[in-house]
Design a protein around this ligand. Structure first.
Ligand code: UDX
Ligand code: UDX
Length: 479
């Protein structure tokens, strides 16, 4: 029997876009995305979707109410479904064993218990959320312990490789789809059923099937390798600044080697986003549990290098501004963790803003897609802030880059929004305090043009008319 009805538990950044595209490409399948949050479902059913993703609005408009539904009625959706995606979040644990490293599977476990409780017929349950290797085993234990007569389960791993900002394109034109399952007859049949959904638009040769553990590990491995490239080029950016080499030239030169390739070598203030750090921490934790300390230390270094990059960049701002930002006004351009998204999870901008505030600066922040409420929630989060009132006093969220930079001593670019390349920097310069500084954390602006206007410019991985940097930076240097 082919799949007629799909349910997705979790209407987040992954569940929402993934199921919208499945609904678009499989008009004969009913797709219901459910979530415990009433507010989130109301947003999915409104004209203003809860997440900004280019192309998503159009897909949702085409399918919603036809074969795509967003609902809080979890029971009905589970009862009706032949196949259930688990797309709830899997954050890093904040308490208990593995705190700060291990993935917290409590929502995945709750989802599995809910399915076991409600289901009345056979279900294919698909891990879409990123989970530790062998998580499917834990889910299976819950199903076995709560088995009802006439109900059996097949558990598949089908990790998502979509990147925010390009999610719809990544789903429509996926490099590959990965499906892991049991090697039994039942497992193979379930894999085939999920394959047949993706085959509506993905060529069969791009659908890879593996055993469950390989699939689970491949997701962690893909994110770890991607993040490793960024940390590698960022480590070289420090060497460039100290020597006079230009990291873009180095990236281009090495990227021409087809064995290395040119993608994911853009130096930055550091990587952010909900996945890279969380997944590497999870990988490190798994390695430690498996008594593989050398492997754990190897991957931990990717995160340490990212922390170093964020602190190095922020320290450079402070040092350039005569070693003090106390009482100075600084404009932050971009707050999202990358362009084309309103997501700020693990955004390096949060680190930069928080450090400058701790040093006594006043901030004016502009991001084209991040809402004011989000910025204040991030900066006043109890894990990084003791005095929310102070933050509210010292941060102004602005409607555009011109207002944000007016009267400031420095402009700091944290996100690579393309609109930042076409701003009238002469106009901005005229309204700033002098000397006017620009710190380009994305190496995206025309530095020579800025210098000729009169700015003092600093960027990542390139020395701009500065003497050789001989001192070394460390997180402690700004503590
Ligand atoms: C996903 C994956 O699940 C995560 O493992 C992966 O690493 C990144 O992508 P994401 O879609 O980004 O997470 O998470 P989020 O946007 O927070 O969405 C999760 C949704 O699940 C939320 O809307 C939340 O309300 C919902 N949820 C969570 C439930 O409906 N039930 C729960 O028990 C927990
Ligand atoms: C990532 C993976 O790309 C995706 O496959 C996975 O499913 C989820 O995690 P995402 O976090 O949405 O996607 O964005 P990505 O484009 O990978 O960027 C992550 C971070 O790295 C951003 O902060 C980005 O600015 C930074 N980055 C990316 C760089 O600093 N340099 C680069 O060359 C590329």
């Amino acid at each position: 029997m082919a799949i007629k009805s799909i349910c997705c538990l979790g209407a987040g950044y992954v569940g929402g876009p993934t199921c919208s595209v499945i609904a678009l490409k499989c008009p004969e399948i009913k797709v219901t995305v459910v979530d415990l949050s009433k507010e989130r479902i109301a947003q999915w059913n409104s004209d203003k979707l809860p997440i900004f993703e280019p192309g998503l609005d159009e897909v949702v408009k085409l399918c919603r109410g036809k074969n795509l539904f967003f609902s809080n009625d979890v029971s009905t959706a589970i009862l009706e479904a032949d196949l259930i995606f688990i797309s709830v979040n899997t954050p890093t644990k904040v308490i208990g064993n593995g705190k700060g490293r291990a993935a917290d599977l409590k929502y995945v476990e709750e989802a599995a218990r809910m399915i076991a409780d409600i289901a009345k017929n056979n279900k294919i349950v698909v891990e879409k959320s990123t989970v530790p290797v062998r998580a499917a085993e834990s889910i299976a234990k819950i199903f076995i312990a709560n088995q009802k007569p006439g109900v059996s389960y097949q558990i598949l791993s089908n990790p998502e490789f979509l990147a925010e900002g390009t999610a719809i394109n990544d789903l429509l034109n996926a490099d590959r789809v990965l499906i892991g399952g049991e090697e039994s007859a039942g497992g193979k049949e379930a894999i085939e059923k999920l394959c047949s959904i993706y085959e509506h638009w993905i060529p069969r040769k791009k659908i890879l099937t593996t055993n469950t553990w390989s699939s689970e590990l491949s997701k962690l491995a893909a994110n770890a390798l991607l993040a490793q490239r960024i940390s590698s080029i960022n480590s070289l950016s420090a060497v460039c600044e100290a020597t006079g080499a230009d990291v873009s030239e180095v990236a281009r030169a090495v990227g021409f080697d087809s064995r290395i390739g040119s993608k994911f070598l853009q130096p930055s203030v550091g990587f952010g986003g909900s996945c890279f750090q969380k997944d590497i921490l999870n990988l490190v934790y798994i390695c430690q549990c498996l008594n593989l300390p050398e492997v754990a230390a190897y991957w931990q270094q990717v995160i340490d290098m990212n922390e170093y990059q964020k602190s190095r960049f922020t320290a450079k701002i402070i040092e350039s501004l005569l070693n003090t930002v106390s009482g100075k006004k600084i404009c932050i351009l971009g707050f999202a963790f990358k362009c084309n998204t309103g997501d700020t999870r693990e955004s390096p901008a949060v680190y930069v803003a928080k450090t400058l505030l701790d040093e006594g600066a006043t901030l004016k922040i502009y991001d084209p897609k991040v809402e004011e409420i989000r910025i204040f929630e991030d900066l006043t989060h109890p894990t990084i802030c003791e005095s929310p009132e102070e933050i509210r006093k010292n941060v102004l969220v602005c409607k555009d880059a011109y207002t944000a930079s007016e009267g400031c001593h420095a402009v700091v670019v944290c996100t690579e929004w393309s609109e930042f390349t076409t701003l009238d920097y002469k106009k901005i310069y005229e309204r700033m305090m002098k000397p006017a500084y620009i710190f380009d954390g994305r190496k995206m602006l025309d530095h020579e043009a800025l210098i000729s206007i009169g700015y003092h410019v600093q960027t990542i991985g390139k020395r701009l008319g500065k003497p050789l940097v001989t001192r070394s930076w460390s997180t402690n240097s700004i503590a």
